[in-house]
Design a protein around this ligand. Structure first.
Ligand SMILES: *Cc1c(COP(=O)(O)O)cnc(C)c1O
Length: 458
């Protein structure tokens, strides 16, 4: 019997790494839809691990078995690729992660890695926490973040990091104003954070300029591009260091799974952390803090997300067309005060929306599925008409959700942005008469008919 020592397994590991690189290079030559459909799962993988199944396996197992002690030793010392234990990695999650990394760097030769998490909030925490480590050579820690962020993010930063841990959170109230970012960053800033477009206020910022500013200060730019998705905007290709996705939303549009993704390009900028962390942030995170904190994703959720991602671009194209039709209808309606949608000529940052929101593999702009409207009220502080409109919807779901194949509407001041209070809502520009509409894949005529149902109640 030939002896399989540690060297043997390390050599096998090197072959596995070379084979993965071969599959990455193959996928780098494909168009977006092809990458989204196949990722790194090919015939060799299917035959080796999955009885030839053309779909990726759902590995419902907590742990991997090893052939012998050397195999285990090589794997657990990270000297050969292995998945070990599903809190750290899982073969199903692996295929989701590889596809997401390829999509966020699509069209470039950038290298990136991804770690999938149990929610978008977990991805945000996993992406930000490593930059908040103690370093006595630096001034007290602060974070510079756009105030136009998802309610959960606002809470995670202001309450969990700010109030509970004493970190100074500096909110940028107008993210389109570069000077505000400049003024708030100083030697204590550990990272810069923005949402693109912001949920629910549909605001944007100049990713390239803010990334450059961050790098001049030796710190990373982290972007939550949930509401754009890689089918419209790929922040890493505009200079951002890390992208977080609540893949719960349009990436897993069927609405079965809460899931987050953290995608980091290799060789990020940071003034704290070891070289290994900066070289491949997502992989380092997975091996160390992510492993210790435990916000891993279940294999079933990974494969359900992957299944939806295959049709991401075509869905985004259709949803964007419909959202533009719907936003024009609402903008012309006498009972609607204002419509915020990056595809409208009235949008406040039209140059930026044209630059950054483009349907992948086309020459066309597309502006996504999310719009925010404000219903006309007698007084600024009221939401009487808004409630009448909202409660008059029939087909459109009243829920705190977005990115679905089904159209969903949300009154944000009483739901997603309730906890942050009036002051926090003012900071994020969420008025009591605001309704976020996340357009699905229904026919635009039927969506408009239902919006009319609501508006007729006023
Ligand atoms: C929903 C959402 C999150 C949080 O994601 P979960 O998957 O619900 O944890 C973060 N950012 C944005 C922009 C979101 O819309």
């Amino acid at each position: 019997m030939s002896k399989k020592d540690l060297k043997h397994w390390i050599k096998i590991g090197q072959e596995m790494i070379a084979d993965r690189q071969r599959r990455i290079e193959q996928a780098k030559n494909w168009k977006f839809d092809t990458v989204a459909t196949h990722g790194l799962y090919d015939l060799t993988q299917a035959l080796e691990m999955n009885n030839g199944s053309i779909m990726e396996p759902v590995y419902m197992s907590t742990a991997q078995a090893y052939e012998d002690s050397y195999h285990m030793e090589a794997g657990l010392s990270y000297q050969m690729p292995n998945w070990c234990y599903s809190r750290i990695a899982n073969p199903s999650t692996y295929f989701l992660e590889e596809t997401a990394a390829l999509l966020e760097t699509y069209g470039t030769d950038l290298q990136a890695s991804c770690v999938a998490t149990s929610s978008g909030m977990a991805a945000i925490r996993t992406a930000t926490e490593p930059f908040l480590i103690k370093d006595n050579s630096l001034p007290p820690i602060n974070i510079v973040a756009s105030a136009k962020v998802y309610g959960g993010t606002f809470q995670q930063f202001s309450v969990r990091r700010g109030q509970e841990q004493g970190i100074d959170i500096r909110w940028v109230t107008d993210p389109t104003d570069l000077n505000e970012w400049v003024e708030k960053i100083d030697a204590g800033t550990r990272f810069v954070y923005g949402e693109f477009p912001s949920n629910p206020s549909v605001d944007i910022f100049d990713i390239e300029a803010v990334a450059e500013l961050a790098h001049q200060n030796g710190i990373p730019l982290i972007v939550d591009s949930t509401c754009a998705s890689p089918a419209l905007t790929r922040p890493l290709t505009f200079g951002a260091d890390i992208v977080v996705q609540s893949a719960t939303k349009v990436m897993a549009a069927s609405g079965t799974t809460v899931v987050g993704l953290l995608i980091a390009k290799h060789n990020i900028v940071s003034k704290v952390g070891i070289d290994e962390m900066k070289a491949d942030f997502a992989t380092w995170t997975k091996f160390w803090p992510f492993r210790d904190n435990g916000p891993g994703l279940h294999a079933m959720g990974a494969i359900m997300t992957l299944n939806d991602i295959r049709t991401l671009r075509s869905r985004i194209a259709q949803m964007s067309d419909t959202a533009l039709i719907v936003s024009k209808f609402l903008e012309d309606h006498p009972k609607v005060d204002r419509v915020l949608y990056p595809g409208l000529e009235s949008y406040h940052a039209r140059d930026l929306s044209k630059k950054y929101l483009q349907l992948v593999d086309s020459d066309n702009n597309a502006y996504g599925y999310m719009l925010m409207i404000e219903i006309k009220e007698a007084r600024d502080s009221e939401n009487i008409n808004t409630r009448k409109f909202y409660d008059g919807l029939n087909m459109i779901w009243r829920a705190t959700d977005l990115g679905r194949v089904k159209t969903v509407a949300t009154m944000n001041a009483i739901s997603t942005h309730q906890q942050q209070g009036e002051e926090g809502r003012a900071l994020a520009s969420i008025k009591p008469n605001a309704v976020r509409i996340a357009v699905g894949v229904e026919h635009p005529d039927d969506i408009i008919t239902d919006l009319e149902n609501g508006l007729n109640q006023i």
